[in-house]
Design a protein around this ligand. Structure first.
Ligand code: PLP
Length: 457
């Protein structure tokens, strides 16, 4: 474990621009009781983020209750794609809640029907015709695995059961999604792992420098996995911690491999989906089709809602009542998600992400060029980017403490980032709301640039 945020209020430079205002010590002394209560009454695992008590958030700005304002490069954690607290989403929430329908379990409600129809007709790829609404990203991954295995068993029997996924990928923290994920350290608590869940090296060009598809095939052989026994390949569209996309050629080969062996290709788009990378779905960058899509986070820009999207040949295999969830299609969350998706399309926020993505990439690459010995790898597409700090020049060992310090300086200067993520917590990740404009993006990048200078000299 490296550095952690401690509640030690520090006098910092006062700031006042249209996008940022810092007028108190950071963390704010008056916020002490909130932080103290969280520490006292929640598990320690819930800490780890900068100690800023969010009071309200609007568009690309986050406010505390003490007069400070941050320009947001976090989107929560890649959630508020349409921006924080959008009026249209708030109105949809208030309208549904004040009609007094907060819940209907799986009894039909109109908001769920409207959302399902909109997702299938306007958001899903044309070859998908069904959506299963859930609450969290982990649940969506669990459901996709369940659907894919069920489908495989039906077409080929129970021996077709293996779920393959990439090392370093993250798919959630519930038992199945965590086992499917490829971060070993997060799986230490699971003693009896599913022997039919297998990780293969990720060809990301950094921690997985070997990008040949033959290596993938050889790895399966070494692990005694027969292609015909694979039910699904489940992958993060871009590797979440690092924002790295895989080579297009590799992905085309993977798609063909899946087609040849009736393997369900699941794209976990919980993070990459809904416009984040400059396309509605990140996998579109690869020019391949998805058999199942897991969506979450940005699908609602705030309220808990996730989804599995696919074709009825797979989605309809479970009998009535056998694939449901208590909060599936919650009316308030559905109304919020529908308003969010309409906003993203109406305001062309996906297109904005694609356009501003060029500016973000240029600035990210310029920082990498300045510190080639301390940044092992940088990646950027649409409005998501990451700079991976390394302990030694040329190594892939993550340098959490430096990433931590850079983020701390950003926070003190009015730029909101979440704590370092990715392998060993070495990654400084950038993910502003897709509603950001160029001026705001550049202001944020100037702060980041200066923070690197402050920490690395
Ligand atoms: C790619 C990916 N999949 C799944 C999840 C899990 O989503 P949730 O935290 O909503 O369960 C996350 C969350 O960060 C994610 O980034």
């Amino acid at each position: 474990m490296g550095k952690e945020y401690k509640f030690k209020p520090k006098t910092v430079k006062k700031i006042k621009t249209g996008n940022r205002k810092i007028k108190t010590k950071i963390p704010v002394p008056q916020s002490k009781n909130v932080i103290k209560d969280l520490k006292a009454y929640e598990p320690r695992s819930m800490s780890g983020l900068p100690l800023i008590v969010w009071d309200k958030a609007k568009g690309v700005h986050i406010f505390d209750a003490y007069g400070n304002k941050w320009l947001d490069f976090s989107s929560g954690v890649l959630v508020t794609n349409a921006g924080h607290g959008r009026k249209e989403i708030t109105n949809a929430i208030v309208k549904t809640a004040s009609r007094s329908l907060h819940h209907s379990y799986c009894f039909p409600n109109k908001e769920r029907a409207d959302l399902a129809k909109y997702i299938v007709k306007k958001i899903a790829p044309p070859y998908h015709d069904k959506v299963f609404l859930l609450t969290t990203g982990s649940e969506a991954v669990e459901a996709a695995i369940k659907i894919a295995r069920n489908y495989a068993h039906k077409i080929s029997g129970y021996q077709k059961d293996v779920i393959v996924s990439f090392e370093h990928d993250f798919h959630g923290r519930t038992l199945g999604s965590q086992m499917a994920g490829g971060i070993e350290g997060l799986k230490e608590w699971i003693v009896n792992r599913d022997p039919d869940m297998v990780n293969v090296p990720i060809p990301d060009g950094f921690r997985g420098p070997d990008q040949s598809f033959d290596t993938f095939l050889r790895t399966l052989e070494e692990r005694n996995v027969k292609p015909e026994n694979i039910a699904a390949f489940c992958m993060e569209t871009y590797q979440g911690g690092s924002a790295i996309f895989l080579p297009k050629d590799y992905m085309k080969k993977l798609r063909t491999f899946c087609d040849n062996y009736d393997i369900t290709l699941i794209f976990d788009e919980v993070q990459a989906g809904v416009g984040r990378t400059g396309k509605m779905w990140g996998f579109e960058h690869y020019g391949v089709k998805a058999d199942l899509i897991c969506a979450g986070k940005g699908i609602s820009s705030g309220l808990p809602l996730s989804a599995v999207i696919g074709h009825s040949k797979m989605m309809d295999l479970f009998d009535p009542g056998s694939m449901t969830s208590t909060h599936t299609g919650n009316p308030v969350c559905s109304a919020a998600a529908l308003a969010n998706l309409k906003l993203i399309r109406k305001e062309k926020l996906t297109e904005n992400a694609a356009k501003l993505g060029k500016t973000l990439k240029k600035r990210v690459m310029a920082i990498w060029k300045k510190y080639p010995d301390r940044i092992g790898f940088a990646a950027s597409k649409g409005l998501v980017a990451s700079l991976q700090m390394v302990a030694k020049p040329g190594s892939t060992d993550p340098d959490h403490d430096t990433a931590f310090d850079i983020i701390k300086v950003c926070i003190e200067n009015g730029l909101m980032l979440f704590a370092p993520v990715g392998t060993g917590g070495g990654s400084v990740k950038l993910a502003p709301p897709l509603s950001i404009n160029k001026k705001q993006l550049l202001e944020g990048m100037d702060i980041l640039d200066k923070a690197f200078e402050t920490v690395l000299g």
